[in-house]
Structure formats: structure tokens, C-alpha cells
Design a protein around this ligand. Structure first.
Ligand SMILES: CCCCC/C=C/C(=O)SCCNC(=O)CCNC(=O)[C@H](O)C(C)(C)COP(=O)(O)OP(=O)(O)OC[C@H]1O[C@@H](n2cnc3c(N)ncnc32)[C@H](O)[C@@H]1OP(=O)(O)O
Ligand code: FAD
Length: 639
């Protein structure tokens, strides 16, 4: 079949209103309209072409990124785009660049930690891109006195950085503080005196994150003006006297809370993109199983394919909704902080850290699984998956290594439990710990597979598992005389307890989403199927936890798996429509396997012939290396 929509028959199977689902996915009609308009604007502009990235050398690649970033900025000004539209434009350009750190970390750091006066001075310059900033926290070795190493945008482009360094006054160390430091001349871009700065070198994958100039930075007797220390949390007077505002010191880490929250939203984008490619290709690809000479089976109809693909589809939706909720939580904590209410900061920190860890790990693994789900063709750059993986996988490390972040969550859980004794009632995502006595002895009453479809049953099982794992850790910790020694010794168990708690958050936020009014024929029902797939897939995968803590019986674990299989069958006819609801353009997907019309094979063939290696029939190097070898063999054979 040439041309046309090769997936039309699949789209006809949908049992829900895809247009309505697009709005649910986007978050609102307004968000959908902005996203739809801007993605099409980028897709239709040849200046944003990206299919040649894997072929370019680092220097060509980097220059190309600078050209795109400058052109994007020009379009943002010409079209008078709002901040929301501009940010969408950068998103759909889909190329890591110094601008990510400028808008995503430099500006938020000044907004969050700068005084009113500092904001008035620096923000207008940054908003107009008259200065370009990055965020320099990480160091080459340990301690805040060696080289900064890794900050994106630092290597070649940033004129300024928010640098985290120890503040020492009168010989007293006040710990890490943020400083705005000018790095390069605004006239000729040369580093200012005492500053050594450069790129740290090639990173994983061709193209991929190499569009970013992650950098190294050293200072030698560099003087930072006093008023360039970010002074919302603590101040140094002209006389050199150090003082602290009446706010928690942890606010210095506020930018991380903000960025981790955006990383959770990004996880749903990256995972949904991979899932869209794998789902469309699984419907196109036929392999074996032909009956009476009829067509072979679409690989999406194999139960094994479904059991690997559909939990990822469900996870993409789950991460979308938990990301939405996390954005709300962040807005809420920000408003409270402005009113000097710091009570929810520890929870916001634990939620952003834990959910960042969970969603990025699942997304990185999920992209690789999608590559395998596409068989051999998934390994071609033209599938879009290798580059997506290479760009995405450092999300497990940046903004806090995922294990280190889970240990932060574990500390928060142990603290919450220890405060129960003093009568402090947990709220928000740890409210369930208030029912710890019930959760320690409750019994799951699932008797048949369909019982697993009841939200209350699922929630109680996840709450009981999380509470029991945290309580077991707390009990074990109490056996140590030195709590820090205990924490280090039990860190493996603590990480698992943190994972259980974060999975509960994602499941419960999906269930809460379903309690809202969701318009559109069949939309809520499909989301219900996905929610159950997500929860029961987790339960099946971690059944060891549920069984060993006595939350469910082996029979109930078996019934959960039976129900899961039934849910896969319900999801199957809707699979293509559920990925269409992401509303991704072919440009954004950047994948022949995932193209909207499913016309995969002619496109693969065409792309192969466009590879520079196929420019000539006889390759460069043949005369030099192959011909002499062939001749040599010929002579040897004759001897
Ligand atoms: C647009 C995307 C592009 C991405 C580009 C990437 C950028 C980056 O990677 S920037 C660098 C980011 N680096 C990290 O994320 C480092 C990870 N490490 C941490 O987060 C550490 O916790 C720390 C460095 C922030 C602090 O370590 P330490 O001084 O050892 O402090 P503790 O861990 O003992 O915590 C003390 C206290 O503070 C609370 N807390 C920690 N972090 C936060 C936070 N972000 N917000 C609020 N509160 C925080 C922690 O819970 C402890 O509280 P108490 O137990 O109540 O004392
Ligand atoms: C692509 C990319 C972009 C980045 N961009 C920036 C940026 O813009 N600005 C910036 O400041 N930084 C940036 N970073 C740095 C990033 O934030 C750090 O790499 C990250 O926080 C992890 O720190 P680390 O590299 O020192 O890892 P390490 O802390 O050295 O981790 C190494 C291993 O040790 C383990 N480990 C470490 N501590 C503990 C502990 N306490 N308990 C148990 N296990 C532990 C970790 O789990 C990990 O397995 C970037 C990194 C990457 C890869």
C-alpha cells in the first residue's frame, strides 16, 4: 500500500474522543491550542530541521545549535510570543542548548534567591538576553574549592553564572551560597581576568547532548562585588557582617525544587514520545502467525509486546498527571513561602526529589525498552530512539543523582514516622502514615480479579506496603546507637521504602485525576484502564514487596496479573488513538518508525539512500585499503 494513512484502520477502532483526550493530555484547551500552534510553526520551518544531527562533527553541531537558538530568539521577538509560547517554541525546537540553563536555572535562581533590588537589576537584562547565564554548582572533585565542572552553557557561551561557593567572612565558614559572577566580556566574549573556562568534551552519543557546552570553570583571585551575592536568605553588610533572614537555610536549594518539578513534566514528554514511536511501529510491523495465507500478525497483538508496551503507555499518562500535580504543589509552596509559611517546604523537597528520581529512571529504561520493541529498526538513528535515549539518560544524574535523591526522601519518611510519637499528624502525601496502626495489620480483601479494579483496594495495598517498608526501616534504624551509621548501613532498604512511597504518590494522583470531571466520550473510561494498568503493573513488578510485607496473598498477586492481562486487551483497540492524543508532529517525533501515516518502509528505504555513505557506489578508501587487500588475497590464493 503506497501513500495514504496506513494506520487509518487502527484509528477507526478507537472507543473514545481523541480530540477531547488531546486537551486532557495538554492540561487545558488553552495549553492545547498554544502547543498545537507552536509545534506546527516549528515543524513547518526548514531552519529547524534536525534530521542531519547525527552526521555533524561537534563543531558543526554546536554552531548549528547557536544558529537555531539565535533564529528562535529572532522569531520569538518578531512574533511577539508570550513567555509560555516562547518556552513551547524552545521545547519543540528539540535541541539541548545554553538557553535551557539560561531560562531554566539562571533566571529562576535569581528570582528565587535574589532580593527585590537584585531582581530589578538582573532580570531585565536576562529577559532581553543582554546577558546569558548558567548555573554552576557541581564540582570536579568534592568540596566547594576545586573547579566547577558540568554546568551547561558555561563552556563556550554564558557571559554570567550563578556560582555556588562557600562564604567565609572573618575566617568563619557560613556554608554554600549563590553568587552572580560575570565570566566573559560583553564586548569580545573573552574570559575576564582570573577566569579559566572551557568545554569539558564530547558526551555520550552522536549529536544528542553534544549540542550543549557543558563547561569547566576556575577562578584565580576573582573578586565578586558584595551586592552580587544572592541575598534573599542571608546577607553580608558593607562592614562584612553576616546575617540571616528569618527563613530556613534550605531556601538556598530552592532552584533545585523548581527544576526537579519541571524534570518530572519532561519525563512524561520523553516517555510519551518513545511510546508513540513504538506503538505506531508495533501496529505497522507484521511478523509470523499468518493463518491460511492471510496477513501475518501485527506485533502489537502479541501479548508479550502488550505487556512491555502498555505499562509504558500508562506510565506516560501517569507521569503527565503527577507532573501537573507537582506543578500545583510547587506553586502552592511558593505562595506560602512568600507569606513566610515554610511548613510545606520539606514535603515539596521530598516530592520533587523522589518523583524526579522515579520518573527519570522509568523513562530512561522505557526509551530503551521502546527501542527493543521496534526490533532491529529501533537501532537506526532514523527511528529517533537512539538520540532520544542519549539525550535523556543523563536526567537520571543531573539535578541530583537518583539514588542520592531517594535517600533524601527516605530521611523525610523516617523523620515523619519519628514525629508520630510526639503527636504530630502527617499531612499531604504522608497523611496515610497517620493510619499506620491500621495499615500495619489490614488485610487485602480481593477475592476475584475484578476486585483489583476498585481504587480503594489499590490505594490501601500501596499504602500498606509503603507504611510497612518505612516502619521496618525505622525499627532497624533504632537498633543502631549512631543514627548516621544506621542510615548508611540500611541505605539499600531505605531507597526501596522511598520508591514504594513515591509509587504510591503517582498511583494516588492518577486516581485523584479520575475523580475530576473529565469531558469527552469514553475519555474517562480509557484513563481508568490506563490507571489500573499502571497500578497493577507496579504491583506485579514489585510483588515481592507486597508479599513479603504480607499486604497481599500469593492468590491475590495471581489475580492482579490476571486482571492486568484483561486490561491489556481493553487497551489494545485504543492504543494508536491514545498515542495520537499526545498530538506530536512528525518533526518533533523525528522518527520514521513513528510517523503519523505509518508509511514506514518506503521512508526507511529513502532515508538509507540519503546517507552520505551512499553518495557514491564505491566508497572513499576503497582504492587505498580494500583494493590492495583483495589483490593480496588473490596472489596468496594463487600460490
Ligand atoms: C533544565 C534541565 C537541565 C538540567 C541541567 C542540570 C543541572 C544540574 O544538575 S545543577 C546541580 C544540581 N545538583 C544537585 O542536585 C545535587 C544533589 N544533592 C543535593 O540535593 C544535596 O541534598 C544538597 C547538595 C542540596 C545538600 O547536601 P547537604 O549539605 O549534605 O545537606 P543535606 O542533604 O544533609 O540536607 C540538609 C537539609 O536540607 C534539606 N534539603 C536538601 N535539599 C533541599 C532542597 N532542594 N529543598 C529544600 N530542602 C532541602 C534536607 O532535607 C535537610 O533537611 P533536614 O533533614 O530537615 O535538616
Ligand atoms: C548532562 C549533564 C548536565 C549537567 N548540568 C549541570 C549544570 O548545569 N550545573 C551543575 O551545577 N551541574 C550540572 N551537572 C552535574 C550534575 O548535577 C551532577 O553530575 C549530579 O548532581 C551528580 O553528582 P556527581 O556527578 O558528583 O555524582 P557522584 O555524587 O559522584 O555520584 C557517583 C555515584 O556515587 C553515588 N553516591 C554519591 N553520593 C552518595 C551518597 N551520599 N550515598 C549513596 N551513594 C552516593 C551515586 O549514586 C552515584 O552512583 C550536569 C550533569 C550532567 C550529566
Amino acid at each position: 500500500m503506497e501513500g495514504g494513512d496506513h494506520l487509518a484502520h487502527e484509528r477507526k477502532k478507537a472507543q473514545f474522543d481523541v480530540e477531547a483526550m488531546k486537551i486532557v493530555w495538554a492540561g487545558s484547551r488553552h495549553a492545547f491550542e498554544v502547543s498545537d500552534r507552536i509545534s506546527k510553526l516549528v515543524a513547518s520551518d526548514p531552519a529547524f530541521r534536525k534530521d542531519n544531527r547525527p552526521m555533524l562533527s561537534r563543531k558543526e553541531l554546536f554552531k548549528n545549535t547557536l544558529r537555531k537558538a539565535a533564529y528562535a530568539w529572532k522569531r520569538i521577538i518578531e512574533l511577539r510570543l508570550s513567555e509560555e509560547e516562547a518556552s513551547k517554541l524552545r521545547f519543540y525546537v528539540d535541541e539541548p542548548a545554553f538557553t535551557d540553563l539560561h531560562w531554566g536555572m539562571f533566571l529562576p535562581a535569581i528570582k528565587g534567591q535574589g532580593t527585590e533590588e537584585q531582581q530589578q537589576k538582573w532580570l531585565p537584562l536576562a529577559y532581553k538576553m543582554q546577558i546569558i547565564g548558567c548555573y554552576a554548582q557541581t564540582e570536579l572533585g568534592h568540596g566547594s574549592n576545586s573547579s566547577k565542572w558540568w554546568p551547561g552553557g558555561l563552556g563556550k557561551i554564558s557571559t554570567h553564572a550563578v556560582v555556588y561557593a562557600r562564604l567565609i567572612t572573618d575566617g568563619q565558614d557560613h556554608g554554600v551560597h549563590g553568587f552572580i559572577v560575570q565570566l566573559r566580556s560583553l564586548d569580545d566574549h573573552s574570559p575576564l581576568p582570573g577566569i579559566t573556562v572551557g568545554d569539558i568534551g564530547m558526551k555520550f552519543g552522536n549529536g544528542a547532548y553534544n549540542t550543549m557546552d557543558n563547561g569547566v570553570l576556575r577562578f584565580d583571585h576573582v573578586r565578586i562585588p558584595r551586592d552580587q551575592m544572592l541575598m534573599k536568605v542571608s546577607q553580608v553588610s558593607r562592614e562584612g557582617k553576616y546575617s540571616q533572614s528569618n527563613v530556613p537555610r534550605q531556601l538556598v536549594y530552592g532552584t533545585m525544587v523548581f527544576v526537579r518539578q519541571t524534570i518530572v513534566a519532561d519525563a512524561s514528554c520523553a516517555l510519551s514520545r518513545a511510546v508513540c514511536i513504538a506503538t505506531r511501529y508495533s501496529a505497522v510491523r507484521r511478523q509470523f502467525g499468518s493463518q491460511n495465507g492471510g496477513p501475518e500478525t501485527q506485533v502489537i497483538d502479541y501479548k508479550t509486546q502488550q505487556s512491555r508496551l502498555f505499562p509504558l503507555l500508562a506510565s506516560a499518562y501517569a507521569f503527565r498527571f503527577v507532573g501537573e500535580w507537582l506543578k500545583w504543589l510547587y506553586t502552592d509552596v511558593t505562595q506560602r513561602l512568600q507569606a513566610n509559611d515554610f511548613s510545606t517546604l520539606p514535603e515539596a523537597h521530598a516530592c520533587t526529589a523522589g518523583l524526579k528520581s522515579l520518573t527519570t529512571a522509568a523513562t530512561a529504561d522505557g526509551i530503551e525498552e521502546c527501542r527493543k520493541l521496534c526490533g532491529g529498526h529501533g537501532y537506526l538513528c532514523s527511528s529517533g530512539l537512539p538520540e532520544l535515549f542519549a539525550v535523556y539518560v543523563p536526567a537520571c544524574t543531573y539535578e541530583g543523582d537518583n539514588t542520592v535523591l531517594l535517600l533524601q526522601v527516605a530521611r523525610f519518611l523516617v523523620k515523619t514516622l519519628s514525629q508520630l510519637g510526639s503527636g504530630k499528624q502527617p499531612v499531604g502525601t504522608t497523611a496515610y502514615m497517620g493510619q499506620v496502626e491500621h495499615l500495619m495489620q489490614c488485610h487485602c480483601n480481593v477475592q476475584k480479579a475484578e476486585d483489583w479494579l476498585k481504587p480503594a483496594v489499590i490505594l490501601e495495598a500501596f499504602e500498606a506496603r509503603s507504611a510497612r517498608m518505612s516502619v521496618a526501616c525505622a525499627k532497624n534504624l533504632s537498633k543502631f546507637t549512631n543514627p548516621e551509621e544506621g542510615f548508611a548501613e540500611l541505605s539499600g532498604d531505605l531507597v526501596e521504602a522511598a520508591i514504594a512511597h513515591c509509587q504510591l504518590i503517582i498511583v494516588s494522583k492518577f486516581i485523584e485525576k479520575l475523580q475530576q470531571d473529565i469531558p469527552g466520550k469514553g475519555v474517562k473510561q480509557q484513563l481508568g484502564v490506563l490507571c489500573n494498568i499502571y497500578a497493577l503493573f507496579l504491583l506485579h513488578k514489585h510483588q515481592g514487596d507486597f508479599l513479603s510485607t504480607g499486604c497481599i496473598t500469593p492468590k491475590q498477586a495471581y489475580l492482579a496479573n490476571e486482571q492486568l492481562r484483561a486490561l491489556y486487551s481493553q487497551a489494545r483497540p485504543n492504543a494508536i488513538a491514545l498515542v495520537d492524543a499526545f498530538n506530536y508532529t512528525d518533526h518533533y517525533l523525528g522518527s520514521i518508525l513513528g510517523c503519523y501515516d505509518g508509511n514506514v518502509y518506503p521512508k526507511l528505504y529513502e532515508a538509507a539512500w540519503k546517507d552520505p555513505l551512499n553518495d557514491s557506489v564505491v566508497p572513499d578508501g576503497y582504492r587505498e585499503y580494500i583494493w590492495p587487500m583483495l589483490k593480496q588475497q588473490l596472489r596468496t590464493a594463487r600460490l
